[in-house]
Design a protein around this ligand. Structure first.
Ligand SMILES: [Zn+2]
Ligand SMILES: [Zn+2]
Length: 65
């Protein structure tokens, strides 16, 4: 496709995707279509919603002194 070069994860296969989060070009084996992210970002994100603090108005419940 338009992506040229090798996968930055395995550096063996041709990169076919570019991760929208980190911008890393990865091959099909290292891109998770279900998440739309490279495997590195999927590993960093961990479980779906737990590792995503600050995404809600939870700060309002904290009494700041
Ligand atoms: Zn790869
Ligand atoms: Zn990524």
């Amino acid at each position: 496709m338009s992506v040229s070069g090798l996968c930055h994860v395995c550096e063996a296969n041709e990169a076919e995707h570019t991760c929208p989060q980190c911008g890393t070009a990865v091959c099909d084996d290292h891109f998770r279509q279900t998440r739309g992210l490279c495997v590195r970002c999927v590993e960093t994100a961990g479980r779906d919603d737990i590792a995503n603090p600050g995404d809600g108005p939870d700060d309002d419940d904290i009494h700041r002194i």
